[in-house]
Design a protein around this ligand. Structure first.
Ligand SMILES: [Zn+2]
Length: 113
């Protein structure tokens, strides 16, 4: 018998969000790959549907990729750095891998619950 808290801990993981094994592998190897399953569980517990969770994971992967391209690690993340990503990088983003990622997300993630 599981409590509701157990159900949340046993909730959705990356594997349930993406059907494409290449996307799952890339996410697990990404900068924030070690915490993405917990991130998915927290989003699910807050009521987000699979398609939205997939888009959130894409955003996290993009941020991690940009961070790595800057020669930085997650330890360097600050409010100013996030501001630079959101307002400096995103409006001018030409990340080729993110274009490929967006195509993969559209092909492999669900659009609803
Ligand atoms: Zn980018």
């Amino acid at each position: 018998m599981f409590s509701q808290a157990d159900d949340l801990r046993e909730g959705m993981m990356i594997d349930q969000v993406f059907t494409c094994s290449r996307v799952r592998a890339r996410l697990r190897e990404s900068t924030f790959g070690g915490v993405l399953d917990e991130y998915v569980r927290q989003l699910q517990a807050r009521g987000y549907v699979r398609g939205t969770i997939g888009k959130c994971l894409g955003a996290v992967e993009h941020f991690g990729s940009w961070l790595r391209d800057q020669g930085l690690t997650p330890a360097a993340v600050s409010r100013d750095l996030i501001h630079s990503f959101l307002h400096g990088h995103l409006p001018r983003c030409r990340c080729a891998r993110m274009s490929a990622y967006r195509r993969a997300v559209n092909a492999s993630s669900g659009s609803g619950a």
